[in-house]
Design a protein around this ligand. Structure first.
Ligand code: BTN
Length: 302
């Protein structure tokens, strides 16, 4: 099959089955769908625009890491335009939980009932304890701090999982998903899950979304090691705070809010350094901001 044929074939699977008002910009290969989506967002593309590619030549993970992007997995970035009344970082942070909940819904629907689908703070999706999806959020604030646009990049392992990664990884295929899980088949279902989660967020607020996230989260109440930019913190993952921050209880009983870091549930498994490869799952509460990257932040709880 030639490249245009492959793209036309895949696009036909998507046609006509998107949520109302949503549309797809389909490409065979791009550097990064997030980069393309940001350009479209800056040029005024509306909410619900999906930039989708069959492969990426410079796929990006969080914190400047790469995201391996061979043909067969799903690489898509969606543009949202929050009606921002709260700040830029808060909107972006909330959107990352919304997207993780949407992807978890999608994955659950595509796998046999015995597959264990969970979310990991703040926005990874795991199947049977292994990472199947990573999210990369980028946003641009207006000068007054309101969000102009958000781009949520989604990398979902359909057919392949990286063998070398910071956390164990898997694919839907390895987890028992049907062999016909092609990007063109999965994309419209993902769009539906995203549209429905965004709707829920807009209508019912972030508290409900947090409850949905918490109900399927791995590790609440468990010992956790959090790797910050220059430090490690060990404690118990007590809960989510109202804005999605991780509440860590230290050995002396003090509680701290953590808004960015790499989370490991088995203290002995913390890699000494970040592995510069695909599917790394460091967690920044939401974001690699286009304009401002959220700094690692530990704030004492009240
Ligand atoms: C992570 O490090 O866990 C986030 C990975 C995000 C990968 C996706 S693939 C589609 C979009 N385009 C990119 O370059 N990255 C995101």
């Amino acid at each position: 099959m030639t490249q245009p044929e492959a793209l036309v074939g895949a696009s036909l699977e998507v046609c006509g089955v998107l949520p109302a008002g949503w549309r797809v910009i389909a490409r065979y290969a791009v550097g990064s769908t997030n980069d393309e989506a940001r350009e479209h967002a800056k040029a005024g593309a509306p909410e619900g625009t999906l930039v989708w590619a069959l492969r990426q030549t410079a796929g990006r993970g969080r914190r400047g890491r790469g995201w391996d992007s061979p043909e067969g997995n799903l690489y898509v970035s969606v543009i949202l335009r929050p009606e921002a009344t709260t700040g830029f970082a808060a909107q972006a942070a909330q959107a990352s939980f919304v997207a993780a909940v949407a992807v978890a819904d999608l994955v659950r629907g595509l796998l046999p009932p015995m597959a264990r689908v969970q979310v990991k703070w703040p926005n990874d999706v795991l199947v049977n304890g292994r990472k199947v999806c990573g999210l990369l959020l980028e946003a641009e604030p207006e000068t007054d701090g309101r969000v102009l646009w958000l781009v949520i990049g989604i990398g979902l392992n359909l057919q392949f999982a990286p063998t070398v990664a910071q956390y164990p990884a898997t694919s839907l295929r390895a987890a028992g998903g049907d062999g016909v899980l092609t990007p063109g088949v999965v994309l419209p279902v993902l769009a539906k899950c995203l549209a429905s989660a965004v709707d829920d967020w807009r209508q019912n607020g972030f508290a409900g979304m947090c409850a949905r996230w918490r109900a399927q989260a791995i590790g609440i109440g468990a010992p956790v090691t959090v790797r910050l930019a220059n430090d490690l913190r060990v404690g118990i993952f007590r809960d989510l705070d109202a804005d999605g921050a991780l509440i860590l209880e230290l050995a002396d009983g003090q509680r701290q809010r953590i808004t960015a870091g790499d989370v490991f549930f088995a203290p002995t498994s913390v890699p000494a350094v970040a592995v510069p490869t695909c599917a790394v799952a460091d967690v920044t509460m939401a974001t690699e901001m286009a304009a401002t990257e959220m700094a690692s932040e530990v704030i004492p709880c009240c």
